[in-house]
Design a protein around this ligand. Sequence first.
Ligand SMILES: C[S@@+](CC[C@H](N)C(=O)[O-])C[C@H]1O[C@@H](n2cnc3c(N)ncnc32)[C@H](O)[C@@H]1O
Length: 357
Amino acid sequence: MNKLQAHLVERIWMDGPISIARFMAEAMGHPEWGYYISRDPLGRTGDFITAPEVSQMFGELIGLWCANRWQALGAPNPFNFVELGPGRGTLMADALRAAAAMPGFTRASKIHLVETSPILRGAQQRALANIKVQWHGHIADLPPGPSIAVANEFFDTLPIRQFQRKDDGWHERMVAICGEQLRLQLDPAVIPSTPLPKAVQSAPRNAIFEVSPARAAAMSELSQHLLEHGGAGLIIDYGHEHSAPGDTLQAMRAHEYVDPLAHPGQADLTAHVDFQALAEATSGAVNHGPVGQGAFLEQLGITTRAEILQRRATTTQREAINAALHRLTGQDQMGELFKVMAIGSPGQSPPPGFEEI
Ligand SMILES: C[S@@+](CC[C@H](N)C(=O)[O-])C[C@H]1O[C@@H](n2cnc3c(N)ncnc32)[C@H](O)[C@@H]1O
């Protein structure tokens, strides 16, 4: 049993079962043994790979999207260029390099990274060497001023709660103990079904529904900042367009799916993002999408960018660029499951990448 598991077992033994949200918060963010506190999980030697790590094309196109939004906002100088959960800083480095083509963008941008992991803050510092960066632990700590914010695979890491339908109504799924093992069990109390979306209220017996107050709070804070000071946000994540029943809690370790309760603090715990719920938390900001990541990147010109990169590439590099292009945009890869949503303060021209095709 690992130390975090022992800590959770003891705590549940003393205080009773905990929600899945509390379990996720401990597993990912425990100050000593939490997953993101103790390691760099990205890359081939880690547990998973994200789009910016697949290819520079991803961050570059997002940088151009941000430059477009900066112009749409009237080229404010200065402005906050914000990333939520920046991982190794790869996306921000690629975005800044591409957006430098827009005169004035680099000089006006003040980089703000919202990141809780000390290890990943170190990686971000290395990726953004020679660039002045300010780190924050919370969205609420961002300074005032017009902002352009990007969040790739940030919302899926935030804790969710799960409810299951039984004959007498919906019950919360809790993390309990059986001997020294963690296991799921239903809370005996029935929750009121009125706050559940209509599509979910008629779900069949045993259906599972997920909510994420943490995501709603983060989205609401970001939107309020953009509404108050002006700005735009781009959210990219895997998930579903409409709220619907389903158990999407998953754990990844060394690129394999594992039991979400089996390795607390040593496996990446995530759940699919409910984009409808996210849109409902935007506090009056203008929403666009979600659209599939493939369609979004195609509209931003990823195929042309790949062709340009291939001009000076070796055969092996050309093959790698083709593979990355397919990984990022293919319907059977990240092109459809991953979705892109934009938010913004009112009065801006429509953002690129969201046209109906
Ligand atoms: C799945 S990684 C994505 C990294 C990066 N965006 C990418 O695409 O490579 C999640 C990121 O969110 C950060 N993170 C997780 N929970 C967070 C929280 N509550 N507040 C701020 N950052 C958080 C992690 O440390 C990590 O940088």
